[in-house]
Design a protein around this ligand. Structure first.
Ligand SMILES: Cc1cc2nc3c(=O)[nH]c(=O)nc-3n(C[C@H](O)[C@H](O)[C@H](O)COP(=O)(O)O)c2cc1C
Length: 301
């Protein structure tokens, strides 16, 4: 059975990855699960300078989901390279930093600095964080900016460039196409949806940021539909994300047109979900006599 996934000039061993921001820098899960089974770790977003993130409360549970407004809290690129990459590169799986910024210059600087590390498989460009005042989502909702940013990052690296799409737009396929035109090797589909929870006693939003990004099983049908739409609009691989907590969920994404998937909020419920999902995909392939992960694409037109 061929589970490999080609992204740009490189290959992932299997299609089951873990999503940015829900898996820290890998070491948090080291004692809990076998990390070598993971297709790729998409790290917490990294920016040029350290960021404390938003004021608490910055996370709240919702029906079948989670609303977060972390605000890209991270250690900054220098500490990421010196401290976090040391552990990450000792793992047997691909490491894909999630790169964020407030300006095009910041995205470019982060990628340039990361180019010094052989252990970086590629980059996930986060143009879709709904929880920061400057940058991120402003890039991700404007196709002209998406194409320009992707094109300028393309000039810096030959490694896989994966652009992470926001669902908070009218037509996600236009943004996906802009990323492809800029030279992206793949797109990640989707980041969180903007939501709000109000405390009726205090008569104010629960999250200090006001709004947050909704994730978890509540958004799965949206992620599947957007993966279906995007995978028909572009010819580069689509990495499906949103509400995956078991193999059956991942299989929906693969049948919709995804080449790989990421488990995000699911790992908060059970850190073993990525491993169990991979086992379930293998069992399904054996039972259904599917020999190659790419064959999933032929079933739904
Ligand atoms: C607590 C939390 C932090 C996140 N941080 C990031 C981040 O730093 N960069 C990013 O691109 N996505 C981030 N995300 C979005 C996830 O990577 C993923 O796209 C989203 O949660 C949908 O997948 P899920 O329903 O499986 O969680 C975060 C999500 C959560 C719940």
């Amino acid at each position: 059975m061929d589970l490999r996934v080609v992204i740009g000039k490189r290959v992932l061993n299997n299609p089951v990855c873990v999503a940015s921001g829900t898996f820290g820098y890998g070491s948090e899960y080291e004692k809990l699960i076998d990390l070598t089974n993971i297709g790729a770790i998409f790290t917490k977003a990294v920016t040029l300078n350290p960021r404390p993130g938003n004021e608490p409360p910055r996370i709240i549970e919702t029906p079948c989901g989670l609303l977060n407004a972390i605000g890209l809290a991270n250690v900054g690129i220098q500490r990421f390279l010196k401290e976090k990459m040391i552990f990450l590169k000792s793992l047997g799986c691909a490491v894909i930093p999630n790169v964020a910024g407030s300006t095009e210059h910041e995205y470019k600087e982060v990628v340039k600095i990361l180019e010094s590390s052989d252990s970086v498989f590629g980059y996930e460009i986060n143009i879709s964080c709904p929880n920061v005042k400057k940058g991120a989502l402003a890039f991700g909702t404007d196709p002209v900016m998406v194409e320009s940013l992707t094109g300028n990052l393309r000039k810096i690296t030959e490694k896989p460039l994966i652009v992470k799409l926001t669902p908070n737009v009218t037509d996600i396929s236009i943004i996906a196409k802009a990323a492809e035109n800029g030279g992206a090797d793949a797109v990640s589909c989707i980041n969180t949806l903007i939501g709000m929870v109000i405390d009726i006693k205090k008569r104010k939003p629960v999250l200090a940021n006001g709004t947050g990004g909704l994730s978890g099983p509540a958004i799965r049908p949206i992620g599947v539909a957007m993966t279906y739409k995007v995978s028909r609009a572009v010819s580069i691989p689509v990495i499906g994300i949103g509400g995956i907590i078991c193999a059956e969920d991942a299989l929906q994404y693969l049948l919709a047109g995804a080449s790989a998937i990421q488990v995000g909020t699911g790992t908060f419920i059970d850190p073993a979900i990525p491993g169990k999902t991979l086992d379930g995909i293998k069992d399904y392939c054996i039972k259904e006599q599917i020999e190659c992960i790419k064959d999933f694409h032929k079933y739904i037109k």
